[in-house]
Design a protein around this ligand. Sequence first.
Ligand code: ZN
Length: 462
Amino acid sequence: MSGSVTVWRGRRPRLATVVVVCSVLVFAVQTAGWAARVITRVDIRPGAAETVIAVFTADEQRLEATSFSLQDPPRLVFDFPGATLDPDLPLEIPVVAPALRAIRLGQFSMEPAIARLVVDLSGQRLPPSWEIAAGAEPGETLLLLRQPGPALLAPPNTEIVHGVSLVRIPGVAQLRRSIATLTDPPRIYADLTDAVLQEDYREEFSAGVIREIRMAQQPADPEHPIARIVLELREEQAHIVFADGPDLILAVGPQPWALPLPEYQADSRLEGKRIVIDPGHGGHDIGAPAKFGSPPGGPFEKDLVLEIGHRLAKLLKAEGAQVTMTREDDTYIGLTERAALANHQKAHALISIHCNSCDTPNTLQGTSVYYDHQHSRGFAQLVQRELIAALATDDKGVRNANFAVIRRAKGPGILVETAYINHDGDRARLVHPNFQERAARAILQGLTSFLSAEPHGAGSHQ
Ligand SMILES: [Zn+2]
């Protein structure tokens, strides 16, 4: 048996793990043939808006819990009837999280067995609301502490990878954000809604594309304060945005989309959903024609969209979705057949993937998502937003058009124009495997947001 505490602090998902293994079973409480459950592990996952305390038992059964709050000093108390503490668990765990000071563990009583977890609050801010919920792992009970007010924004952490500056902002991946660029002087700013600065921050950098980063509180709508982070650049740069666990990362520099991606973590959010992926064109139909300026020997639209389609299919399968591709290889399928396939399956979503082109090479560039039926408009918007953030392409917006595939599909359907194949800059992106993977993940993210509108809400409420 082992008692361990894991604390995720801001920055990277770095684990400060204390694991102690004991050789004998001590204090296994036996009362008239009834064995108490043993709490063996407590994980703390601090976040700017929500801190999660995960409590694990040895027998992989979830705990019952009662809770209340006390003043002087302010604290939250969670009691676990029928539970004892692994003797190797520390009695106090310091916590770096908004409004929290420390977590204490104790055996409130032995007969009956009641283990107690106390959350000491800082008292400087409003106390969090809390909820007890079942965790995803066996024997995992979650204590969710939510800040009633805005999230607390900690200073960012910056590193340079392959000439690209990665600015990691801890714990804010879930906040509403708006990111924009300005040219004179060149800078990028990100506004995070419902966030306040933990402390003033300003830092200059001698190396890399970023000259200075600073954070400022925007003139407040007191209901929804906005924290702004400004990246002053030495010269104009592309940027992409992505989440790494709870953290938000702004990647700034030449070709940030070409950066290697973190391992994809599937979490079964699309279990059982029927998704049809339609890589456009195929066979004799190469897609955007060479006369529009694509090099005559390729790359061809039909091949690029098939590659993105395969990547999306792989991600979807990892999420538990039932995936059908209208074509798996270089064959031609009629437009009516493609829509009929989605209709026959009563697909939860149809995603047709294409590359755009225009009459004159190198005049247009960027990404857009098309929908036909009104019920697919929100779907298109969600996917477009994710694509722009992930790819750093020009935002050509969401458009209404009656392309045959999405017009004939009865369920939700969109047509993604990933980038312009007859624009040199866009084409250099389209052929890059990391760009293709980012496009697939962005489509997946938008699709997941569309299909999982319901927020989680397990457990009893306090
Ligand atoms: Zn096409």
